[in-house]
Write a protein that binds this ligand. Sequence first.
Ligand code: SF4
Length: 210
Amino acid sequence: MEKKILKRILTLLDKHYGKELECSLDYEEPWQLLVATIMSAQCTDARVNIVTKDLFSVYKEPHALGTAKLKDVETIIRSVGFYHNKAANIIACSAAIDKKFRGRVPDTLEELTSLPGVGRKTANVILGNIYKTPSIVVDTHVKRISFRLGFTDNTDPVKVEEDLMRLLPADHWIRYNHQIITHGRLICKSQRPDCENCFLKDCCIKKGIS
Ligand code: SF4
């Protein structure tokens, strides 16, 4: 990838989506974002936001959710899908934060990924959004669009993350996540990306698109 093309793409993303995009999951404190992110797997953020409103009105802090009954939590979060596993994970994760970290969400990748239900992707959401630690979240949009743009040849999320960390300046990592997720929702959709009306069409190699 030529440096001037990369720079042009990053400049256009900044111009069209800004530099200060917020996470679209609703939360008031770090633990809530962690729980919401665990629940967002295979589910829309809009649906998660509806469910977490109810969930956090009943369980107001890690100890409360960490000692909740599985059936009670399942009933509240049923509509997010995979609710049995997600309920078990958010209970176990909240219990670990309560006991192991005294109620505080940890701020390192190693500690975050030691929590039940927390993989690299969820950990990077917390590092970027809460602690402002440069991190790249490889979700389905970031994986797909980074490939189409020619930023990576890989499909394995960890390898994509490594490729992006090598290529992108660290001060773009957090906002690249938000910009690309927005771009994926609006223009570069999984099926039928709107290349004709895309502001990146002149610098995108459209890899994998016939
Ligand atoms: S030109 Fe097409 S493939 Fe490239 S980013 Fe835009 S919509 Fe996606």
